[in-house]
Design a protein around this ligand. Structure first.
Ligand SMILES: C[S@@+](CC[C@H](N)C(=O)[O-])C[C@H]1O[C@@H](n2cnc3c(N)ncnc32)[C@H](O)[C@@H]1O
Length: 349
């Protein structure tokens, strides 16, 4: 049965508390799968926050909430709201505060450095999961990026100061203003391209050109440190190839997307099962060959260097469920019964 690696919450100079690895954690390992200590639904409007404010002040969870850093000069409650993470289910804009995951500090994604882990909410598990993006050494701090590619609209040091109240000292933020502006433009261009990428490409559009622009954008965003974008971006490459009945290249694109997504979410997901199905037989994709037959292109080999192959990752994706299976309940009941008989015999002798 897979187990989670040993980690600890410790003081980190200049950052308050943070999370470190207590043992070597190989790339792809699921580090933790955690339920929120506090969870609120629809946590977006100011009015709602105020009602949560009142509710929280009267609960025993308040102390836990107050143990998080507050924005300097900020309201003690609202100044800590930023530590909540989205736990969305459908239209419900729920947010949760997690005992360990919310202690993880930030590192920016940049061409010079990046976080060593990534978290995401898994609605099916009702948990936030954290995976290692690369090998993590014992005693190394575990960090994530608070800035998702899609929301990066500002220079990161400015965004972090305004929204989290700290001055980021990562190597990306220490670059010159000019280099940071160049990065911001590339991220912006990538986001607007992906936002308008036609999910069902219209007849008459030039698919070769579209795939070419997709490749260029994906390379640019990987260079900017957001290699995890390949999960979505490579899937777009698959869609395009599948719509033109190009099975060979569709398989290579979807394999790239699957491998990247497995690194972020694990392999116990619906996305993984769908990917496996399409890789086995791209013709099972619902838009297969809708635009007829055309040979397109495989992903640029340079993209492959940004995400490991599934085979190279440790088999540590498994979710260590705390849900008791009926077999384990029977086993523990037997142990309990034996113990009871033993105690009874001991005292009746
Ligand atoms: C989600 S909490 C992380 C845990 C927090 N350090 C603690 O003591 O509980 C986010 C806060 O941690 C601090 N922080 C996170 N990353 C940081 C970094 N790279 N440099 C300095 N402070 C950081 C900031 O105060 C930020 O508002």
């Amino acid at each position: 049965m897979p187990r989670f690696p040993a980690i600890d919450i410790v003081d980190i100079p200049g950052k308050g508390r943070g999370v470190i690895a207590r043992e070597f954690i190989p790339q792809g390992t699921r580090i933790i799968a955690e339920k929120p200590v506090i969870k609120f639904s629809g946590c977006t409007s100011v009015g709602y926050m105020e009602s949560v404010h009142k509710a929280l002040s009267s609960t025993s969870k308040f102390e836990f909430f107050l143990s998080f850093p507050c924005m300097q000069g900020g309201d003690p409650i609202l100044g800590r709201f930023k530590h909540f993470l989205p736990c969305e289910s459908g239209d419900d804009n729920a947010h949760g505060l997690f005992a360990t995951i919310c202690r993880i500090n930030h590192t920016c994604c940049s061409p010079l450095s990046g976080p060593n882990a990534i978290y995401c909410w898994r609605e099916d598990l009702n948990r936030e999961v954290l995976h290692a993006l690369r090998d993590i050494a014992p005693m190394e701090e575990i960090t994530v990026s608070y800035i998702a590619c899609q929301i990066q609209k500002q220079d990161p040091p400015v965004y972090l100061r305004e929204n989290f109240g700290f001055v980021c000292s990562c190597s990306g933020c220490r670059r010159s203003l000019q280099l940071r502006a160049r990065s911001l433009t590339r991220v912006h261009n990538y986001n607007s391209f992906m936002g308008s990428f036609p999910t069902s490409v219209q007849r008459g559009q030039n698919p070769e050109k579209l795939l070419n622009v997709l490749q260029r954008n994906l390379l640019a965003i990987c260079e900017e440190g957001y290699a995890t974008e390949l999960a979505r971006g490579a899937h777009y490459g698959f869609r395009l190839c599948a719509m033109y009945g190009d099975a060979e290249n569709a398989i290579v694109w979807e394999t790239l997307s699957r491998d990247c997504d497995a690194l972020i979410q694990g392999v116990d997901t619906e996305e993984y099962r769908n990917s496996q199905k399409w890789i086995r037989d791209p013709a099972t994709f619902d838009l297969w060959k809708v635009h007829g037959l055309r040979k397109l292109a495989a992903p640029n080999p340079a993209l492959r260097r940004y995400t490991p192959t599934l085979e190279s990752l440790p088999k540590k994706y498994g979710y260590t469920s705390r849900n008791w299976s009926s077999l384990s309940i029977i086993a523990w009941a037997c142990v309990g019964l034996c113990l009871a008989i033993f105690v009874w015999m001991f005292f009746t002798q």
